[in-house]
Design a protein around this ligand. Sequence first.
Ligand SMILES: [Zn+2]
Length: 168
Amino acid sequence: MTRTHEQYMEEALEVARTAEEHGDVPVGVIIVKDGQVIARGEARVIVDSDPTAHAETVAIRRAAASLGSPYLAGCTMYDTFECCPMCCGAIMNSGIDTLVLGGRFEGPDRTYGDYSVAALIALTGADRRIELIDGVLKEKSRALFTPEKRNRWLQRMRGESPGWGKRA
Ligand SMILES: [Zn+2]
């Protein structure tokens, strides 16, 4: 039986919780092909000391390894939180067909000025190829990932908050 967008997003939210357990931001991704989850990705920036290890890039690498192909045509990404410009670029390069988003920061809590996924994919012409479905379980996603959590995570990442550093 085909699962709904909400059911897949619930699974992505479970992945997000695992990221928070190891000290990263609670953002999670799953990638689905033909109804099957082929990869999960959790934010790993702090735990891996890798500024590019966002949930989206982690999931894309795992999906490509799983398929034995760098091209993810036919795949749908469920992303609990609106991805950053780097990850939006990775999604466009990956060939993913459908992007389903959960929550996002709004107003003064926004991170990247006027950037949005919709604006970047329209700017690059990718909107003619990528289907964007927005706001799935938005409130649950935003309850899990708050601006306060983001700010604490930024401090940890930058080493500004002794005692909050990477766990041994
Ligand atoms: Zn990102």
